[in-house]
Design a binder for this molecule. Structure first.
Ligand SMILES: Cc1cc2nc3c(=O)[nH]c(=O)nc-3n(C[C@H](O)[C@H](O)[C@H](O)COP(=O)(O)OP(=O)(O)OC[C@H]3O[C@@H](n4cnc5c(N)ncnc54)[C@H](O)[C@@H]3O)c2cc1C
Length: 668
């Protein structure tokens, strides 16, 4: 039996986006964490293309967003066309512009496809990144991998987690290396980020529930001279089926997705038959439960065979479907990646069992409609990271981990229900259902607020935990007013400089000014000097008592002077910067909008107005960016009560880990 010291740490199974982010989140908070990844060669499959506005804000917290935006392609609108009523739509256009065919059509622009056009404005959401970014998944993983490497995260590739067993106060994992040898690792905590066919989930005895959708889809990432607006995604309903198209980075790069008609021979396409996947997954998993999974795509299985990335049969079928369904079908001149898939909606019945947790596709898998999968996995990792860091370093009760499951399981439920509904609506073929869809589209077209609501859902900015276990609703209903963020809401970002837009690339913002790996307490002083002085005292006391677990920042219209005569911290922090050094800076961060005394300068009162905050009000922001509570009395006592209530020791949390952090686990 290894000693407690030997086995301290967290073992993460799977180096997909979820595992990479989780490891980095743990290590930057001083936890020993290590990843094992089954594959030795990384998958080139582009899979997740849509990076939501919420995810970009998360990446910005880690200083990765600017690079993501540089590499990606912003999408500002989704156009939905219903060409069902057009005489030339869905007629098949046999012999159209297939690969090697007669060339593309006249290239009629957006809005000229006829029928109903609904425009969803996904480029105007309230965020420093007010758009959805088109960025292939390997690029997002590159950014996360480099970030994890900078922090010293160890990734062992070619190592499969073959078995997991919980023993009292630790977990025993059996690791199978590429050379066939096995090792046993003891770890305090284990997180399965091992995708839709999670072995960790099965080994932990966590069942899944869900259902299958009948449709099969073909997907192709292609090069084409399609004359549609490059900042717009396109969804076209025709009597023959649906086509979705999204611009990708690259001058003429697009992704096309179409549902496959139920025709003889369709099942011969690779991946179109769900048993295909079962055949392949046997290579990797001893205990495969073949009913699990998200898209039954073969992307993972092909990962090692880059010459097999673009299947000419799938490309030809896709071209045929585009010719049949679009009024201006593009000619696919080059195919970069293809896949076909069926959709299984699945969610693990529990995201935590003892010392084993699940995140990302291992916890929930669903239709790619709406592009929510990777984004949700990243939010899982962000939600779990700080909690597990507090627990793993002995700063919080293990019950804090139950709040991860309690918050994220309902998110997965809503996601599964929403994506299933959307997929059914999109693929509906019954004439009555199609008429209902047409009617709904006309309603949205006539009502811009409905369109804005749909766009907001895609951005994931509206997602919060107002009824979550870590949300303290105030009996006086502070912040429960319309338009004002209440407890449980995502802390809105605000441009601090008076004449700068929130989306300006270099504009100072509130989030940038108050970044910290742990909790952030906003103390609103406005232009009231007396209030500011009182709040400075509170902030100093908070720093003395909680260290970097809580960074208190006074938000005021002008630099404020602190009276240090009765300094509760013994003068140690006179000057008023109560960040304890936790403020991590960043591309748009820091000094430009902070006073010398550590005040967050809000000269036009924009932040206070956006938060609807009274003078003297305290707003606690959790490490994952959600409001914990709002309070107008006793900032220090209120904070202490909150932390204790939720099993968090109100004492310094420890500093970010040095790059040399050792990896978790003891091998035997
Ligand atoms: C066609 C398609 C399009 C999509 N489009 C979007 C989109 O636009 N936006 C979006 O947000 N999402 C999209 N998704 C979903 C997205 O790809 C997934 O949600 C995302 O990859 C999940 O990340 P993950 O890290 O949880 O799991 P994965 O990416 O599946 O990573 C799991 C990792 O674990 C490893 N592993 C598995 N078992 C073991 C084991 N036993 N031991 C060690 N390692 C193991 C695997 O090799 C893999 O590297 C799409 C998916 C598909 C198929």
């Amino acid at each position: 039996m290894p000693s407690a010291a030997d086995r301290a740490g967290v073992l993460i199974v799977g180096a997909g986006p979820t595992g990479l982010l989780l490891a980095a989140e743990l290590v930057r908070r001083g936890v020993r964490a290590r990843i094992v990844e089954r594959e030795s060669v990384r998958s080139p499959a582009s899979r997740a293309l849509a990076v939501s506005s919420r995810t970009l804000m998360l990446l910005d917290d880690l200083d990765l967003a600017a690079e993501a935006v540089r590499r990606g392609h912003p999408l500002r609108q989704v156009e939905v066309h219903d060409v069902s009523g057009r005489p030339d739509a869905g007629g098949g256009r046999p012999g159209g512009s297939g690969p090697g065919g007669s060339g593309r059509s006249a290239g009629r622009g957006a809005g000229r496809s006829g029928g109903t056009v609904v425009r969803l404005p996904i480029g105007r959401v309230p965020s420093p990144f007010p758009f959805t970014l088109s960025l292939p998944q390997p690029q997002t993983e590159d950014l996360l991998r480099a970030h994890a490497a900078r922090l010293g995260v160890r990734i062992d590739t070619g190592v499969e987690c073959a078995a997991v067993r919980q023993e009292g106060d630790h977990v025993v994992a059996q690791l199978r290396h590429a050379d066939g040898s096995t090792r046993t690792v003891h770890t305090d905590w284990l997180v399965g980020c091992d995708g839709a066919h999670s072995q960790v989930r099965r080994a932990a005895g966590i069942a899944t529930h869900g259902f299958d959708l009948p449709e099969t889809f073909a997907l192709g990432d292609v090069v084409t001279d399609w004359a549609r607006e490059r900042a717009h995604g396109q969804v076209t309903f025709s009597p023959a089926g649906v086509v979705a198209a999204f611009p990708m980075p690259g001058p003429r790069h697009w992704r096309f997705i179409a549902d496959l008609p139920d025709l003889p021979g369709i099942d011969d396409l690779p991946g179109a038959h769900s048993d295909d996947h079962a055949d392949h997954s046997d290579d990797h998993a001893d205990h495969s439960d073949h009913s699990d999974g998200q898209a039954d795509d073969r992307a993972d299985d092909r990962a090692d065979h880059s010459d097999d990335r673009a299947d000419p049969d799938v490309a030809a079928e896709l071209q045929r479907l585009l010719d049949a369904r679009l009024t201006d079908p593009p000619r696919l001149t080059e195919t970069l990646w293809t896949t076909t898939f069926r959709v299984h909606q699945r969610r693990a019945e529990s995201f935590r069992r003892g010392r084993v947790m699940l995140a990302g596709d291992a916890a929930h898998s669903h239709s790619p409609v709406g592009g929510q999968g990777m984004n949700t996995g990243l939010q899982d990792a962000y939600a779990l990271g700080w909690r597990l860091a507090l627990v793993a370093t002995g700063r919080a009760d293990a019950t804090l981990l139950d709040t991860y499951a309690a918050e994220r399981e309902p998110v997965a439920d809503r996601l599964l229900a929403g994506t299933a509904r959307a997929t059914r609506v999109i693929t509906a073929q019954h004439p009555v259902a199609r008429r209902a869809r047409g009617l709904a589209l006309r309603l949205v077209a006539a009502s811009p607020p409905l369109g804005r609501r749909a766009a907001a859902a895609l951005s994931q900015l509206g997602l919060g935990y107002p009824h979550g276990p870590l949300t303290d609703l105030d009996p006086h209903r502070i912040g429960r007013r319309r338009g004002v963020p209440g407890p449980g809401a995502l802390a809105p970002d605000v441009a601090l400089a008076p004449d700068v837009a929130l989306a300006a690339p270099d504009g100072p913002t509130l989030r940038q000014a108050t970044r910290t790996p742990w909790f952030s307490l906003l103390l609103f002083a406005g232009s009231d000097d007396a209030a500011a002085r009182r709040l400075h005292d509170d902030a100093a006391l908070i720093h003395a008592r909680f260290g970097d677990l809580v960074t208190a920042r006074i938000v005021a219209t002008a630099p404020t002077v602190r009276d240090t005569r009765d300094d509760p911290s013994g003068g140690e922090h006179s000057g008023g910067d109560h960040s304890g050094g936790a403020h991590s800076g960043g591309a748009r961060s820091g000094g430009a909008h902070s006073g010398d005394d550590g005040t967050v300068l809000d000269p036009a009162g924009r932040a206070r107005a956006r938060y609807g905050a009274a003078i003297g009000e305290a707003v606690l922001v959790r490490p994952d960016g959600y409001l914990a509570y709002r309070s107008t009395t006793d900032p220090v006592g209120r904070l202490e009560r909150y932390l204790r209530t939720h099993g968090i020791t109100p004492a310094p949390a420890g500093v970010a880990a040095p790059a040399s952090t050792t990896a978790a686990g003891r091998t035997s």
